[in-house]
Design a protein around this ligand. Structure first.
Ligand code: NAD
Length: 315
């Protein structure tokens, strides 16, 4: 049995990771300050192998037992959160990543950082392979997130090269599934909430911008495979099937049986027009590729969350 520390373990992805690590027989220490996560995401976990440490990792933190893996996920992730919390986002990417890498070093643990497709910024290369260095606006409103993650990747490689820490970098593309917050501003929970309440579905721009959506179970499987590999360079984990936002809105309307109309709003600043991962590396080094396609994943999200949760009526 390995002991896995998960920063951000009470968040959307972190709570699914805790579930899966426990299911595989590991001990899990979840470290979270509940800034954007919630106890609701982990209240179903009632086993002695699970511990919650309520801590802000921007401050140094220590754990007095052997740790084998550090999964570093803590960071605001939705634009609605990092635009509200710009300094915290920069600090958790810098100080928080330093402290988590220091912890991994002290425990000789394997360290995995949850990075993002946003490190590519404007996708001048499409689909994006790991070798694309990106084109990011450092001073735009989204820069706090994109640059924090780019710094965190640089820091991770520095700890690896200079300090010998066993590190991994996963570049996560848009992921969805149960436990997304109905009001977190991301397309899938927003469209689902609007469709289920009969409100107009708000598509930004003309809806022709594309995204590639990964179902959470696929993402978590790829993340654990990467953590358990010996690989150090960044690996894209995402579903390469690309949809326009309009196609997504139509799929949500269809699956929820909604009669909502689609309305159009202004595009946010620096919103990428296209987004698609090249996952050749994940296939080669991890033997990983996604298995859940969009309609199936949307249906599972609806079935597992329940309507009350998706519209924000559940507590
Ligand atoms: P989330 O907001 O649901 O989870 C983040 C968690 O980190 C929350 O529980 C929050 O309370 C915690 N946290 C934030 N600051 C903290 C701090 N200073 N100390 C302790 N805990 C702190 O977001 P998510 O969607 O689950 O994303 C998890 C990670 O995956 C993030 O690093 C994000 O950048 C990355 N990621 C997510 C996606 C996606 O589609 N969900 C895409 C790319 C990258």
């Amino acid at each position: 049995m390995a002991t896995c520390l998960v920063t951000g373990g009470a968040g959307f992805l972190g709570s699914h990771l805790c579930d899966e690590l426990l299911r595989r027989g590991n001990r899990v220490i979840c470290v979270d300050n509940l800034e954007t996560g919630s106890l609701t995401n982990i209240e179903h976990i009632r086993v002695p192998e699970f511990t919650l440490l309520h801590k802000d990792i921007v401050e140094p933190y220590f754990v007095d037992e052997q740790i084998d893996f550090v999964y570093h996920l803590a960071s605001p992730a939705s634009p609605i959160d990092y635009l509200r919390l710009p300094l915290q986002t920069l600090k958790v990417g810098s100080h928080g990543t330093h402290h988590s890498l220091g912890l991994a070093k002290a425990h000789r643990a394997r360290f995995l950082i949850a990075s993002t497709s946003e490190v590519y910024g404007d996708p001048q290369v499409h689909p994006q392979p790991e070798s694309y260095w990106g084109h990011v606006n450092p001073i735009g409103p989204r820069g706090v997130y994109d640059e924090a993650k780019r710094y965190a990747e640089a820091l991770t490689m520095a700890y690896h090269r200079q300090q010998g820490v066993d590190t991994a970098i996963i570049r996560i593309f848009n992921t969805y599934g149960p436990r997304m917050r109905p009001n977190d501003g991301r397309a899938i929970p927003t469209f689902m909430r609007q469709a289920l309440t009969g409100k107009p579905i708000t598509v930004f721009g003309d809806g022709s911008q594309t995204r590639s959506f990964t179902y959470v179970d696929d993402l978590i499987a790829g993340m654990i495979k990467l953590a358990e590999s010996g690989y150090h360079d960044p690996v894209n984990v995402g579903n390469p099937n690309e949809f326009t936002l309009l196609e997504l809105a139509e799929a949500v309307i269809d699956i929820t049986g909604s009669s909502s109309e689609i309305v159009y709003e202004a595009l946010p600043t620096d919103d990428p027009k296209i987004r698609q991962p090249n996952i050749d590396l994940a296939k080669e080094v991890l033997g990983w590729e996604p298995t859940v396609q969009l309609r199936d994943g949307l249906q599972r999200t609806l079935d597992e969350s329940g309507v009350d949760m998706l519209v924000g009526a559940a507590r």
